[in-house]
Design a protein around this ligand. Structure first.
Ligand code: DUC
Ligand code: ZN
Ligand code: ZN
Length: 456
């Protein structure tokens, strides 16, 4: 099967030009003006932008968490992602206490196999580090192709590790060329504030926010950066929300340290005043919480300055009845919100069209940098001869309103209900196949493939 995409404005992290793209099988085989080829199918992309398929570096599909599971699994989650132009996701496989890293990987592979519409890989969350986990790391990185490991500095008693374990993980991951990612908030500070608020009878969603103030993230980010400096490991801070944390990254550059950072659309666009709406604020109960105007300004600046390299969604949806478990106690509200479908359109509409970022930067943070950092480039993350034909044909002037009535998430509310955005994925190709066309899915479940990754 061959396809010719004609006359699109091709945007990569480096380029911006009008040309034709010829695809044979799963890969791009030629790019040029007025290509003379005999395709099986022609797509006219005149007036459209043509981006590399988005790669979401941070999603939680079918994740066991806080006594329930995130409501999108690998089938519905990757399908919703495709509708929004995200052709690949990197999900989190979690190692429960007492289980091995191999167990986590095999369990998550089983969850996704035969179900995923889009391509996928996994980070592994290490929740316990000991000699036997240490002994697994080399094989996981070199043979299994899992090069990134997430650690938690919060959720004490469940996911959190201590600094000694963090040092052990960092040293071992460094030895084998991987990268250590972190949920950087201080578990002890948060637990102290949470207990205090509960003792005072302050139990509404607002106190979720007030139990995780900026300092809890600033402190943990700084500590993680210092530990990474000691070990010299490649380091990545996930879902960064605030000025204090970004300034820790900025400070580290003055001692020639490089720390990579990710933020999410919700931290770039939403405001903490949402938590003041009685229990409805539970829709945005996530960790870390949404913050303030000064933080949003800092994060947009951080993207421009190259201090923030990627934007993921931290997609972790829960149905409203699950959120209601915390109606009388914010600590029982499952943490997380939906968003996997809207990353590209929100960043285009609010970022590119409002002159906060350039088109090239848009591609860099949604695809290219993700592929580079997590060992998928140049197979993924760009439009080039030899790369997988993961391509988004994007209508830059299509207006639409985000709503739970029309989104494809398996979630009965939207974190962006009523948001009017301009720009929408029209046609999405995944490894040469048309996956989405004019709001209809064209591939079957199970088309999505697991990808091993390289060290960087
Ligand atoms: N934060 C969330 O809000 N949900 C899932 C895990 C996390 O770190
Ligand atoms: Zn996290
Ligand atoms: Zn997360």
């Amino acid at each position: 099967m061959s396809t010719l995409i004609k006359n699109g404005r091709i945007i990569t992290a480096a380029d911006d030009y009008v040309a034709d793209i010829f695809i044979e099988g799963e890969a791009v085989t030629a790019i040029g003006k007025h290509l003379q080829v005999n395709p099986d199918k022609v797509i006219d992309a005149s007036g459209m932008l043509v981006f590399p398929g988005g790669i979401d570096p941070h999603v939680h599909l079918d994740m066991p968490f806080m006594g329930t599971f995130s409501s999108d699994d690998h089938e519905t989650g990757t399908r919703a992602a495709l509708f929004g132009g995200t052709t690949m996701v990197i999900d989190y496989a979690i190692q429960p206490h007492g289980k091995s890293l191999h167990w986590a990987l095999e369990t998550w592979k089983e969850k996704a196999a035969g179900k995923a519409f889009g391509d996928y890989s996994f980070h592994i969350c290490i929740t316990e580090f000991n000699e036997s986990i240490k002994a697994e790391l080399e094989e996981i990185i070199k043979t299994e192709g899992i090069t990134s490991f997430k650690t938690f500095m919060a959720y004490k008693g469940a996911l959190m590790i201590d600094d000694r374990q963090m040092i052990g993980i960092m040293n071992e991951v460094k030895k084998h060329g991987g990268i250590v990612a972190v949920h950087a908030t201080s578990g002890d500070m948060i637990d102290y504030l949470t207990e205090k608020h509960k003792a005072e009878g302050k139990l509404s969603p607002l106190y979720h926010y007030l139990s995780q103030p900026e300092i809890t993230e600033t402190e943990a980010s700084g500590r993680f950066i210092d530990l990474a400096y000691l070990s010299g490991v490649n380091s990545y801070i996930v879902h960064m929300t605030c000025e204090g944390a970004l300034n820790k990254v900025r400070e580290a550059t003055s001692r020639n340290q490089r720390v990579l950072a990710e933020t999410c659309p919700q931290y770039l666009l939403l405001d903490a005043s949402l938590y003041e709406m009685d229990f409805e604020g539970a829709k945005w109960v996530m960790s870390p919480p949404i913050r303030e105007e000064k933080d949003r300004e800092t994060l947009w600046a951080g993207i421009k300055q190259g201090l923030v390299q990627t934007v993921g969604t931290d997609h972790c949806p829960f149905m409203w009845h699950e959120k209601l478990r915390g109606e009388h106690d914010f600590t029982k509200i499952p943490n997380g919100a939906p968003g996997i479908e809207h990353r590209l359109e929100l960043l285009f509409s609010e970022g590119v069209l409002k002159n906060r970022i350039s088109l090239n930067k848009f591609v860099e943070i949604t695809a290219t940098n993700v592929a580079k950092i997590f060992g998928l480039f140049p197979e993924k993350g760009t439009i080039a001869v030899g790369s997988d034909a993961d391509i988004v044909i994007f209508d830059p002037s299509k207006k639409h309103t985000i709503s739970a009535k029309t989104h494809h998430h398996r979630c009965d509310y939207s974190a962006y209900e009523g948001w009017e955005v301009t720009g929408k994925a029209k046609t999405v190709l995944l490894r040469g196949k048309i996956a989405i066309d004019d709001d209809k899915v064209q591939i079957g479940k199970g088309y999505g493939k697991f990808f091993k990754r390289k060290t960087i």
